[in-house]
Design a protein around this ligand. Structure first.
Ligand code: ADP
Length: 884
């Protein structure tokens, strides 16, 4: 066994499952052995060798005062670091691990975004989920199915995840959660056990809370919550008390917005390099808590009309009151992140400056209320926002803090200077004595100069000499007898006197007692603030709400947005715009009409004409309306949707490796399963990731299913021009297209969405314009013509008949009811179509189809595995056909 300090380090390291251990040795935190090598690399620290009992070990250290900064770096890179502190005990010292700092429990977050820790357990086929932000005390628990869980993980983007014992770290779901920067941490199995977890939750939130918030029948939520609380407790952070309320949430209340959709709509992050997300564009908040609220709302639109009306009423009032709004924002900007300060007070890490910030922010609440009450905003629901927190209790705390705290306290809480005079009698006496002694000291040099006639005489204080009198060499001959020399410098000598030493001892005594007493009084005060964590969180929420709503008003006013009307059915947008694109280009506004009789739009138009933009703007306008915001449109009437689903199968997605055909299809499957009649579905080029015939078949069938079964409001952009024919046969389908204008060889993108389908594909034309060599362009025209020939597809309605009409790709027209039209019945009774008008064809239709598929397959864009299985399918089809 290794002995000595390194042995102690290794023994402590054995006690913890943290990745690294920092152990206090006097004024430093040291890492030894492997940990030293590791942090040497990661933190660029100097690694030296420490000899201990005949062996030599690598050692790297950081000064006490710098530990936090280094910890932050390590933790943000995903490591868990145990910290062992050193204590004085009789005849020496001992060391013990006091806390473990982990990515989800890093309290010293300077980042304005929330920092979440999540726990997940498997429970009766679904999952229990709990999530907390230790920096603000937010805490939620719920039960979810797999897809919902993924959505929530995306929404929160936790820094650290605790999988319960029944969730494997390689669980498909966690693997699928692609935000790989979350650290997975294992926590004691029994903390997630039902009984133990329930006990933990009851102890934390009170025995009746679980029932009162309706989580009685949610054992998974309780297990996750219990596990999470116990983990936070074990990290030794001391913030448990800041988690004052258990907030259950029902994902059913919010609008379903799956992970893919959050990404596709670029709500908080962009998909590619550069570019701006929605939040980048609309965020004008002046506080970090306000910014967090805005972000959260964007990722969690709601359906509750009451709440939507409340928020929109506030935005409306703020938009109309420019002066009050600006004063409000200015005032809000003087506040601090009070929810985080509450957590710091609870954990005992808040210093006197933090408590002053609490005081100032509580006063901001009063000022904000004053601004609102003194303006036309008083008649808006904004007045209720600021009267929600207990203002009397807040005012009381402001007074208490104002009475107690000095105006410019130091960062240290141990050296005095924290507490104001008049707050505590004994302290006042100490301060008086102390000041008096200091005054005596301050005047000493002047008194001695005039008493002794020595000009080069000064006084000073340092660590080794304490207080001293210093006389220049030229005059040292004139110092009186009572001066005791204590040091000789190059140009001067230092002396002390009996009187000086006495005063010095007095000052030191005052300093020590004052430091102790002030620290004690300060800690008391901090505890009283911690006890009011819930009040501080209420205040934080109210201010954040004001900030978020003002930000929406600012954006609405600056960009000429309008208040959407909430209606009972349909979506009707007049002159709508894309909130992000409108900031970047001269935007051409477009209308959208989705109603009961017109619920499905097939959107066509050449590449780059603006199809995706049009569809995304429609989704974003709906989403903005459902966070209570104004929207970029001349007018908008929206029946709140219960979910927004998007799927983009566009080629550039595939080419950039962001998608595979498999992913595209599983996402389509998810939409077809989850969307309802009240959802908004956006499909962009779905089916593009595979060969044409596969793709068109899937697009066709998905259209029918969405139209007939799901009946969701749908926008479907497609380059399969064939789909436009469906409008004639499915009653709720309509065609729109993004118009272009052709003049000679010029194609001008008009960006205008018009009724009806495009008359043809411009792809070849664009290739021609782009300078693709003529033989290739000519040949493309031939191939296109050939592809358009020969094939036909039937359209199915909801009535249950298998076939209604056959679409002829050659004439681009339906040929009426099929059964009378040569469609042949196959073995399974489904109708198939034949290229009945091609007398030259010597091949049977199946072989022809396979050949076509071979021609269509883009080898460069198909993965080898996919290719192999495709070829196998072709072989199968050919041999089936031969054996018929
Ligand atoms: P598509 O989906 O048809 O390929 P996009 O929607 O990606 O086309 O649009 C291509 C580009 O056209 C966008 O990057 C955008 O800058 C511009 N654009 C699209 N719609 C509009 C519009 N309504 N007004 C102005 N520019 C637009």
């Amino acid at each position: 066994m290794t002995e000595g300090i390194v042995g102690e380090f290794l023994a402590l390291k054995d006690e913890t499952d943290a990745d690294l251990l920092a152990m206090q040795c006097g004024d430093f935190y040291e890492f030894f052995a492997d940990d030293a090598e590791f942090v040497g690399e990661e933190l660029d620290l100097k690694v030296s060798q420490k000899s201990s009992h005949g062996s030599s070990y690598p050692m790297a250290g950081v000064p006490l005062s710098e530990l936090t900064a280094y910890l932050k770096v390590l933790v943000e890179r995903g490591y868990r670091v145990a910290v062992a502190d050193q204590y004085e005990v009789d005849g020496g010292h001992k060391r013990a691990i006091e806390r473990v700092v982990t990515p989800g429990t890093l309290l010293e977050s300077t980042d304005s975004e929330a920092r979440y820790l999540a726990a997940i357990v498997a429970e009766s086929g679904g999952y229990g989920f709990a999530v907390a932000d230790v920096t603000t005390g937010r805490f939620h628990a719920t039960e979810l199915d797999g897809d919902e869980l993924l959505t929530e993980l995306y929404r929160f983007g936790p820094a650290e995840i605790l999988p319960g014992p029944d969730v494997r770290a390689d669980d498909d779901l966690l693997t699928e959660f692609r935000a790989t920067d979350a650290t997975l941490s294992l926590h004691a199995t029994d903390a997630f056990a039902p009984g133990r977890a329930r006990q933990t939750v009851d102890e934390q939130f009170g025995a009746t809370t679980v029932s009162s918030v309706g989580l009685d029948d949610a054992p998974g939520a309780i297990r996750a919550a219990g596990g999470l609380l116990s983990y936070v407790d074990e990290t030794g952070l001391g913030v448990l008390a800041s988690m004052t309320r258990l907030q259950p949430y029902d994902t059913g209340e919010s609008v379903a917005l799956d992970a893919t959709t959050q990404r596709n709509l670029e709500l908080v992050e962009t998909m590619g390099e550069g570019g701006r997300s929605l939040v980048d564009v609309v965020d004008h908040t002046v506080t970090s808590a306000g910014g967090r609220t805005l972000r959260e709302r964007l990722c969690r639109p709601i359906q509750d009309e009451g709440e939507l009306t409340r928020r929109a009423d506030c935005v409306d009032a703020l938009a109309g009151e420019a002066l009050a709004r600006e004063r409000l924002r200015e005032t809000l900007g003087d506040g601090y992140d009070v929810a985080r300060l509450a957590s710091k007070a609870v954990s005992g890490s808040a210093d006197a400056r933090d408590l002053l910030r609490v005081r100032d922010t509580l006063s901001v609440l009063d000022e904000v209320a004053g601004v609102i009450e003194g303006s036309a905003l008083a008649d808006s629901p904004l007045a209720d926002v600021v009267s929600q927190p207990d203002r009397a209790a807040a005012a009381e705390l402001v007074d208490e803090l104002a009475d107690a705290l000095a105006e410019e306290p130091p960062a240290s809480t141990r050296e005095g200077g924290l507490i104001r005079q008049g707050y505590h009698d004994e302290l006042d006496e100490l301060i008086e004595g102390h000041e008096e002694a200091l005054d005596w000291m301050d005047g000493l040099a002047e008194r001695e100069q005039s008493r002794l006639g020595i000009t080069h005489l000064s006084t000073g204080r340092n660590k080794t000499d304490g207080y001293y009198i210093q006389v220049g060499n030229s005059e040292t001959g004139e110092v009186p007898e009572e001066y005791d020399e204590i040091k000789s410098l190059k140009n001067a000598r230092r002396y002390t006197t009996e009187k000086l030493s006495e005063r010095e001892r007095e000052i030191f005594r005052f300093e020590e007692r004052r430091g102790e007493l002030e620290h004690e009084l300060f800690v008391d005060l901090r505890e009283r603030v911690a006890e009011r964590a819930e009040l501080l969180q209420d205040v934080g929420r109210a201010l954040a709400d004001c900030d978020c709503l003002s930000s929406l008003a600012v954006h609405a006013v600056e960009n000429d947005w309008t208040r959407p009307a909430l209606v009972e059915s349909g979506i009707d947008i007049e002159a709508g715009r894309h909130p992000v694109v409108e900031r970047e280009v001269e935007f051409v506004p477009n209308d959208l009409e989705l109603s009961d009789g017109r619920g499905f739009l097939v959107v066509t138009g050449p590449n780059m004409s603006g199809k995706s933009t049009y569809m995304r703007q429609s989704a974003l306008i709906t989403l903005l309306a459902q966070i209570g915001s104004f929207v970029p449109a001349r007018s908008a009437r929206i029946d709140p949707v219960d979910g927004i689903y998007t799927r983009v199968g566009a080629l550039d997605e595939l080419a950039q490796g962001r998608s595979t055909f498999m992913v595209e299809m599983s996402e389509l499957a998810n939409i077809l399963h989850s969307a309802t009649e009240d959802s908004l579905v956006i499909l962009d080029e779905v089916g593009r990731g595979t060969a044409t015939y596969d793709g068109i078949s899937i697009a066709w069938a998905a259209t029918e299913y969405l139209h007939n079964e799901v009946r969701a409001k749908t926008l479907f952009a497609t380059h399969y021009h064939e789909l436009t024919g469906l409008a004639e046969h499915l009653d709720r389908v309509a065609n729109v297209h993004v118009a272009v204008e052709e003049q000679g060889d010029d194609v001008t993108f008009l960006r205008t969405v018009r009724e009806g389908a495009t008359d043809r594909s411009y792809g070849v034309h664009v290739a021609d314009l782009a300078g693709v060599p003529e033989p290739v362009v000519d040949r493309s025209r031939d191939v296109l013509a050939k592809l358009r020939a020969e094939k036909a597809i039937e359209a199915r309605g909801s009535s249950g008949e298998s076939v209604q009409a056959v679409f002829d790709l050659d004439s681009e027209a339906f040929r009426g009811s099929t059964s009378a039209d040569g469609g042949r019945q196959s073995r399974d009774g489904e109708s198939e179509t034949t290229p009945d008008d091609d007398p030259d064809s010597s091949l049977d239709p199946e072989t022809e189809a396979v050949l076509e598929a071979v021609r269509e397959t883009n080898v460069a864009e198909t993965s080898p595995v996919e290719l192999m299985s495709t070829v196998e399918k072709w072989q199968q089809r050919l041999s089936d056909d031969a054996s018929e």
